[in-house]
Design a protein around this ligand. Structure first.
Ligand SMILES: Nc1ncnc2c1ncn2[C@@H]1O[C@H](COP(=O)(O)OP(=O)(O)OP(=O)(O)O)[C@@H](O)[C@H]1O
Ligand SMILES: [Mg+2]
Length: 282
């Protein structure tokens, strides 16, 4: 058993730049935050504020030409010291990522079951195809895909957008990661389906004890799922703190502006959530 306040991820002085003739081209500047084991952290900010570069820096997946400095400590291991080979054993297995567009992460030519099973097998030596298929079906059931034993043999195009995101979450789940980084996981979905996927992420976090970093430009999205918020603008850390405090008492005008842009959470989302059951059945 782990202590409740154990730090899972500690980011210190994280800077990402694309050096060019004009200078270091910093897009993330001296970012600092901690995530406790099983905690949920939201990173919010407008487009271009450096949210994705932060998550890619943690995953060791920055694009060519990017330069990363600072410290990223995950469960006692300094990730920035790891070789690409060593990092690969963390990715997917201990730290998993969910992207905005599940279609781009799924191969159209293989059934979803094959893709979940093969991803699982690539991280678990000695697992048979048959065992991995059972893992895939179980993971699909855990993300509430009904009739999983049949749908495991379907192709990505046979699923709706929300269901495809469930498939991606199932793939992530099967690996039992300690940290899930979700970069705009609901941006491509309509609002009722968004709410379902957020509920699912919260449910999974509670059930598995995995830590969650939820990245979004939409403050309404993080409000229900995360307990700590990091606000970014142009690569800078604007402010951070308990989500509750940021929502009720933002210290920075930029945060206030983001909050003002939140469309009527109570009037709009709440009633829509009650419609959920009727939707997203495909
Ligand atoms: N390959 C690259 N070369 C140079 N600059 C880049 C490159 N990739 C991203 N950037 C810049 O890095 C900055 C941060 O980008 P990032 O993708 O992290 O933003 P974001 O907060 O995730 O935005 P969004 O909400 O649109 O996803 C942007 O100004 C972007 O133009
Ligand atoms: Mg992004």
């Amino acid at each position: 058993m782990t202590a409740p306040d154990e730090t899972l991820l500690s980011v210190r002085g994280l800077t990402v730049g694309f050096p060019n003739a004009q200078g270091p081209g910093h897009v993330v500047k001296s970012l600092e935050f901690d995530l406790t084991r099983g905690g949920a952290l939201g990173i919010v900010g407008e487009s271009g504020s450096g949210k994705s570069m932060t998550s890619l820096a943690i995953m060791g997946l920055l694009p060519k030409g990017a330069k990363r400095t600072g410290s990223i400590e995950f469960d006692g291991t300094e990730l920035t010291d790891l070789s690409e080979r060593a990092m690969r054993s963390f990715r997917g297995d201990r730290i998993a990522m969910i992207f905005q567009d599940p279609l781009s992460s799924l191969n159209p030519y293989y059934t979803v079951g094959t893709q979940i099973a093969e991803a699982y097998r690539s991280h678990r030596a000695g697992v048979t195809r048959r065992q991995a298929r059972a893992v895939a079906i179980e993971a699909m059931e855990r993300v509430h895909i009904t009739d999983a034993a049949r749908r495991v043999d379907h192709y990505p195009h046979q699923f709706s957008g929300g269901m495809r995101q469930r498939v991606m979450i199932a793939m992530t789940l099967s690996m039992e990661p300690e940290l899930i980084i979700a970069d705009e996981p609901t941006t491509a979905l309509d609002v009722t389906v968004q709410a379902q996927i957020l509920d699912l992420l919260a449910e999974i976090r509670a059930a598995t004890g995995a830590g969650l970093i939820l990245i979004t430009h939409d403050l309404a999205v993080v409000s229900e799922v995360t307990d700590h918020l990091v606000v970014m603008k142009d690569g800078d850390l604007v402010e951070q703190g308990p989500a509750e405090r940021i929502f009720t008492d933002p210290q920075q005008p930029y945060t206030r502006m983001l909050l003002d842009a939140v469309p009527r959470i109570d009037d709009e989302i709440a009633p829509l959530r009650t419609l959920q059951a009727a939707q997203e059945d495909r």
